[in-house]
Design a protein around this ligand. Structure first.
Ligand SMILES: Nc1ncnc2c1ncn2[C@@H]1O[C@H](COP(=O)(O)OP(=O)(O)OP(=O)(O)O)[C@@H](O)[C@H]1O
Ligand SMILES: [Mg+2]
Length: 392
């Protein structure tokens, strides 16, 4: 699947803009603050129904206007075309998504139809940021290949919301006796263990499978001096103890651990155990020594890790979607080359030739020379002040 064209109206600093894309590489260049990332953001809206930067819909409407339109046409290998039209009206706070001529009523059902991987400077949060940043990243990845996971996640989040509001309400308003509160929490904990276990097991499976892609990608970019290590940390089941047991006993164990936490949860007014508190840990083995990336990695090492992580996501997703009719994901690379040395840039350039459609932004037009070593046909756009000009 590739994005053939994009049309924007009053989207951020674009009042009107129509672009036709290359099936392989689209090189988007221009000076700071002119609208390169905005184009990628619009593409992400068509695939995810929301901005990869987590901007609100209202933030994407041009300052001087009240609504935006982002429309695009995806084509697959057999030539069939899918039109997507997303519009948002700030005054009515209403959003509409058309898939062909069909109105999409549940945005979540749409996720995964047009798979997308984004790598942007914001992703440095993956190594530097909070556990939530990492969970969100991998949740989006797994959700795009598994509707079941997305549904479990949605249900789980509803349960956590209800449980937390009960705990908080009790903490601030002292509304219930302890006995009453425990019996009110019981059904939520049952559901929490049910959906929570499914999510946890899926994430553990994911990590096992994903590791292989990460190792391979990392060694392609930097050689064997470094080995990336990714592990999943959970207080529910520690150090692989989930692997050896059946689902029934795991659920029972999870439910018991939730009971043990109850006293503390009531005291603190918040739910403390479950996959919403888990973490993905990133480490690197360098010259035989293991170190925590967050604390010890250099800026370039952070970036190399994040780039490898995202390119591995591409490989993982491609493999997992190989039997679906969605085709390979599209890759958005926002300002990916800055801070990387020449050899790493060369490697990345040659790696992405095997990918599906790529959109790459940069302030430095010279990078096109490196890319030309690997790509025979590049479409390049010069962006200035909310307009995009095709450059030959
Ligand atoms: N709702 C909006 N309406 C109009 N302009 C906006 C809106 N939101 C953001 N902008 C402007 O869009 C401009 C371009 O932003 P964008 O992030 O795409 O730049 P860029 O070309 O990627 O720059 P850089 O190289 O610094 O990353 C910014 O100057 C920003 O102020
Ligand atoms: Mg930018």
């Amino acid at each position: 699947m590739f994005l053939d064209n994009l049309h924007l109206e009053n989207f951020k600093n674009y009042s009107r803009c129509s672009l036709t894309f290359n099936q392989k590489l689209n090189f988007i260049f221009g000076e700071n603050g002119n609208g390169k990332t905005n184009i990628l953001e619009a593409i992400s809206m068509l695939c995810y129904t929301k901005s990869f930067l987590l901007n609100s819909d209202a933030d994407c409407v041009n300052y001087a206007e009240n609504s935006f339109l982002a429309a695009g046409e995806f084509c697959n290998a057999s030539g069939s075309r899918n039109k997507i039209k997303l519009s948002y009206d700030r005054l009515e706070n209403s959003k509409s998504l058309l898939y062909g001529s069909e109105k999409v009523t549940r945005m979540n059902d749409f996720i995964g139809q047009f798979p997308l991987i984004v790598l942007s400077p914001q992703d440095l949060k993956l190594t530097n940021g909070t556990p939530q940043d990492r969970r969100r990243n991998f949740d989006l990845l797994i959700s795009q290949i598994s509707k079941v996971y997305l549904d479990d996640l949605r249900n789980f989040n509803k349960v956590i919301k209800q449980k937390n509001s009960l705990l908080r309400d009790n903490l601030f308003n002292g509304r219930y006796s302890k006995h009453e509160l425990i019996s009110l929490l019981e059904p939520w904990n049952e559901e929490l263990a049910d959906f929570g276990l499914k999510i946890l097991l899926r994430r553990l499976d994911f990590i096992e499978e994903f590791k292989v892609y990460l190792h391979k990608c990392f060694s392609e970019i930097v050689g064997n001096r470094y080995v990336p290590v990714i592990t999943y940390h959970s207080d529910v089941f520690v150090d692989g103890e989930a692997a050896s047991k059946d689902v029934f006993s795991l659920k029972e164990e999870f439910a018991n651990k939730l009971k043990d936490k109850l006293e503390l949860e009531i005291k603190r007014g918040i739910s403390l155990l479950g996959p919403h508190r888990d973490n993905y840990i990133f480490e690197m083995e360098k010259d035989g020594r293991l170190f925590d990336i967050k604390t010890f990695a250099s800026q370039g090492e952070h970036k190399t890790f994040v780039v490898s992580l995202k390119l591995s996501e591409f490989g993982y997703m491609k493999e997992n979607l190989s039997h679906s009719n969605t085709g390979d994901p599209i890759l958005l690379l926002d300002d990916v080359f800055s801070e990387l040395d020449k050899s790493r840039i060369n490697k990345i350039s040659s790696m992405i030739t095997q990918y599906n459609q790529v959109f790459l932004t940069t302030t430095d037009h010279d990078y096109i020379k490196i890319l030309r070593n690997d790509f025979s046909d590049i479409t390049s756009f010069q962006i200035s002040n909310g307009s995009a000009v095709l450059v030959h």
